[in-house]
Write a protein that binds this ligand. Structure first.
Ligand code: ZN
Length: 620
């Protein structure tokens, strides 16, 4: 159905209305100030009728100059909000105001923002500055500002494709497994209906070699030219690592994910380019391809309902696994079928995130992760892990030693920071590697964090990521200085499995000191340096051929995982509002996915199964 016609017919007195699609949104550009400022009721009536979002904006050529607008904005926004900079996207008639304290710039019930709109005619968008400061975050935002003309044209094409093609009857829906089935890594699923071809995740398998690293896109089902959309559940590389390559190979369609996922994914992909360069002397893609991805991304908040093809509606909900991680709810053919793809899932509270969402109105079909779905997968209690960590730090400090914590840049690193802040551990904590940038993205998007932490940041009582306890180690020179430090300290550094990153430097320096400790807080995969140290090898060799004698204390903390254990996964199914009729168990070692699907079948009396890669199943 062409909704633009409907909107046009309903606005006979706005003679100059220029009506466009911008993705699934409809935008009316006008020079009619009265309508712009007071037309809300009329627009609401049309929205009720067509159930699509409509926005009214002033034609860019009628807007006041940017200088005048900046002056007015600075007058209206209270000083205490601390404006850092103001950017314009004239193609969208939009002004982006970057401030340190968004709640002060927006006003109690949004009255300050409304006033800016009235006084300047620009559409204001208040954004929290990345804090602590982060170069990659600024770079990503710059790509967005600079590509606004491109994005406007792109969004219009996307909208036209969704709404102006006459859909065929949706008689079937099928999902093909192109990676991440009966294995962990390279997650990739292709959902097809008579009207749509949509990819759910497209990741890399970092542990594998050769073509097993990549999703099986040579499968005859897959055709990059006819792909309508990619949906990304979260920023981990086993879900997003292959996406820039699709843009390199000529994919020109949209990528849907939450705003924090867009930024974290770009950060991790940039890092993977470096790692590939070091390991293979070349990389699968370059930063240009990542930029293409950013330009084609349509960010969606949790609970925002969006048409992505003529017969698929998408809604993201919190997955509790990582900042911005989403459970994908796909409503097919106006609710004829609902598919829920969990991505990675945590169904219990952590310091960073609230537990995964379960209250779907409909959920006939479930595609679910099973990383820790095996009979022996029982995770320790979070509180026990926290207390043990604090105890290790206190004991090591008393002996005058250093505490080294290898950590993934995103998620685990911030969880540890919040724990150290919560317990008020009195010791300097050095943050080395990308953990710092990822923390910056965390405090930029407090609304995606656990409610308690969110209030802490928004109410300004205390942002743990800005605590003075944490000291950013920026370069190798500073790293040398830190290592010369005679006093005890904690260092939190990448990489999580010790197969690269600054943590190796610290390990080399302190591994022979029996008073220091290395604390593992995450999974150490077979074949990694972390695994060899963890299992007790007395001498290990790094990638670069350095031999390291291991003589410091080794500790492993369970209970800080971003995944649900077996009991939580089963509880998750049990707590869904509507029991699914079918469950495909994916994202787990073979025995675990098979075992979990058998158990779920028995407990809930539903058809649960563990598909193989390249298998296709019908959900409608
Ligand atoms: Zn993940």
């Amino acid at each position: 159905m062409d909704y633009i016609k409907v909107v046009e017919e309903n606005l006979p007195d706005v003679s100059d209305a220029r009506i466009n699609y911008e993705g699934s949104k409809i935008v009316v550009y006008t020079r009619n100030l009265a309508f712009f400022l007071t037309g809300e009721e009329k627009i609401k009536g049309i929205v009720d009728q067509i159930k699509k979002r409509i926005e009214v904006r002033i034609e860019p050529d009628t807007l006041p100059s940017t200088d005048e607008t900046i002056r007015k904005i600075k007058e209206i926004i209270p000083k205490e909000a601390e404006i850092e900079d103001i950017e314009f996207e004239p193609d969208f008639s939009k002004v982006i105001i970057n401030v340190r304290h968004p709640q002060l710039a927006v006003g109690e019930s949004g009255e300050i923002v409304k006033n800016i709109k009235k006084e300047t005619l620009w559409i204001p968008f208040v954004q929290r500055v990345a804090s602590p400061k982060s170069v990659p975050v600024d770079a990503i935002r710059k790509v967005l500002y600079e590509s606004s003309r491109f994005r406007k044209k792109f969004l219009n094409e996307v909208g036209k494709k969704i709404y102006t093609t006459e859909p065929k009857e949706t008689k079937w829906a099928r999902v093909s497994c192109l990676g991440g089935s009966r294995e962990v890594g390279r997650s990739c699923f292709l959902l097809q209906t008579p009207n749509s071809k949509v990819l759910l995740d497209c990741g890399l398998s970092t542990g594998a070699s050769g073509e097993d690293q990549y999703p099986i896109l040579t499968a005859s089902d897959f055709d990059i030219k006819s792909l309508d959309a990619i949906i990304l559940s979260h920023a981990h590389l086993d879900h997003c690592g292959f996406i820039p390559y699709l843009y390199k190979m000529g994919y020109e369609g949209p990528l849907y994910c939450t705003p924090p996922t867009r930024e974290l994914a770009a950060l991790l992909q940039m890092d993977t380019i470096d790692l590939m360069q070091k390991e293979y002397g070349k990389s699968l893609y370059t930063s240009t391809d990542i930029k293409e991805m950013i330009k084609h991304t349509i960010p969606l908040k949790y609970k925002e309902i969006t048409d992505i093809t003529p017969d698929i509606r998408l809604i993201f909900e919190n997955a509790g696994h990582l900042l911005g991680s989403a459970i994908t709810h796909l409503n097919i053919a106006n609710g004829k079928r609902n598919i829920i793809y969990t991505g990675d899932l945590k169904y219990s509270l952590s310091n960073l995130l609230d537990p995964a969402f379960t209250q779907f109105m409909r959920s006939e079909c479930l595609i679910m992760e099973s990383t820790y779905g095996g009979p022996n997968d029982i995770t320790a209690r979070l509180e026990d892990a926290e207390k043990e960590l604090v105890q290790i730090i206190e004991e090591t400090k008393a002996k005058g030693g250093k505490i080294l914590i290898p950590s993934f840049a995103v998620g685990r690193g911030q969880e540890i920071m919040v724990i150290l802040d919560k317990y008020g551990v009195d010791i300097p904590v050095y943050i080395d590697g990308m953990i710092w940038d990822a923390s910056s993205i965390h405090s930029t998007y407090p609304k995606y964090l656990a409610y308690k932490l969110q209030r802490q940041i928004i109410d300004e009582s205390k942002n743990p990521f800005e605590s003075e306890k944490f000291i950013h180690v920026v370069n190798w020179k500073e790293r040398q200085q830190v290592m010369e430090n005679k006093e005890p300290f904690v260092v939190l550094a990448t990489s999580g499995m010790v197969n690269g990153g600054p943590i190796i430097e610290y390990i080399k320096k302190f591994s022979s000191d029996p008073n220091s400790a290395l604390v593992f807080v995450g999974y150490q995969a077979e074949g990694t340096l972390g695994r060899r140290i963890q299992r007790g090898d007395k001498e290990v060799e790094t990638h670069s051929g350095d031999k390291i004698q291991i003589n410091f204390q080794l500790k492993t903390l369970d209970g800080l995982s971003g995944h649900s254990d077996r009991k939580q996964l089963l509880n998750y199914i049990g707590h869904l509002k509507e029991k699914p009729q079918r469950i495909a168990m994916v994202h787990g070692e073979m025995s675990k996915t098979v075992n979990l699907s058998e158990t779920a079948s028995k407990i809930f009396g539903i058809d649960a199964f563990a598909p193989w890669n390249l298998e296709t199943f019908r959900f409608l």
